[in-house]
Design a protein around this ligand. Structure first.
Ligand code: GDP
Ligand code: MG
Length: 287
């Protein structure tokens, strides 16, 4: 990783005249309705399990909170961002749900978030544990031990996971505001997780966060997201480093300091969420 001085290098404020990806900007209510109507067709699973992983501080909690906020229509903060967490050395495997009607009626998709990587190699969750989590062996509430993987006689070890316990979509969360995006160690570890997911047939996408911090044009107006040269460039870097095709990479701006939601930010979040749900739906049907 670069130091604090070259980390925040800004792009030139340039945009392409035409967007490189088309999304309709006045479609929020339709997109929202699609998500509200969604239900897994396969009745072996009540919910699609989405695993967020990536470097600490990349915006995993922020992405979950943004999805929650978009669906609730107000800025929420279920998942505490790292900035205010004093407990960053321990990592609990916690499933986050989003309420739909009222308490007790969650949306049929849930998120877990794993800090797979850190500058300090002893802090992140090991690749072995991430693999076991993807296979459904780790129960909700387990506290990861950075120096040892979960043992088979642990109370939180699920010996016989079924389809409903497995991870159905893997989402790699990467922040756009660092010029080199990922260190070699990050690339190495992310690749290992990706290959394991591929062997299990788990679909994978990447979320590119903090595009507002990374590109002044996006900060000015989120509708510039798919015109931003800088965002495009960062997506290409992810493609090269991790082998994730660009059509599986979704740039987003998370709600981080806003007090109200807005339709354009919601639209970008929904665009990513809908794809993630679709990939999960495909996975649980095609086994
Ligand atoms: N400007 C901006 N800040 C963000 C965005 N996403 C997250 N952040 C901030 O980045 C910091 C780390 O985010 P967090 O979600 O806690 O990262 P995590 O460690 O991956 O869960 C927090 O201070 C967030 O407020 C974003 O899209 N834009
Ligand atoms: Mg977090």
């Amino acid at each position: 990783m670069g130091n604090a001085f070259n980390k925040k290098r800004r792009s030139s404020p340039e945009t392409f005249p035409e967007p490189w990806r088309n999304i309709p900007w006045n479609h929020k209510n339709t997109d929202l309705q699609v998500v509200k109507d969604y239900h897994p067709r396969n009745n072996e699973v009540q919910q699609i399990r989405i695993l967020l992983h990536g470097p600490s501080g990349s915006g995993k909690s922020g992405f979950f909170n943004s999805v929650d906020s978009t669906l609730q229509g107000r800025v929420t903060g279920q998942a505490a961002p790292d900035a205010i967490s004093h407990d960053s050395f321990t990592q609990k495997y916690k499933t986050y749900k989003i309420q739909k009607g009222g308490p007790g009626t969650p949306y049929p998709f849930v998120f877990t978030d794993i800090m797979g990587l850190d500058r300090d190699a002893n802090r992140g969750v090991s690749v072995e544990d991430i693999k076991l989590a993807m296979m459904g062996h780790i129960k909700d509430g387990y506290t990861f031990n950075p120096i040892a993987k979960i043992s088979e006689d642990d109370n939180y070890y699920n010996k016989e996971p079924t389809l409903k316990d497995r991870v159905h979509v893997l989402v790699c969360v990467i922040s756009a505001d660092t010029s080199n995006i990922l260190s070699d160690e990050h690339v190495e570890k992310l690749r290992e997780v990706r290959l394991a997911a591929r062997d299990m047939g788990i679909p994978q996408v990447a979320i590119l966060t903090k595009i507002d911090e990374a590109c002044p044009e996006v900060k000015k107006d989120i509708k510039n997201v798919y015109k931003s040269m800088y965002v495009k460039k960062q997506m290409e870097k992810i493609k090269v480093a991790l082998g994730i095709p660009e059509s599986y990479i979704f740039p987003v701006k998370n709600y981080h300091s806003e007090i109200d939601t807005d339709d354009d930010t919601d639209t970008v979040i929904l665009s990513a969420l809908r794809r993630i749900i679709n990939f999960g739906e495909d996975f649980v049907n095609n086994l």
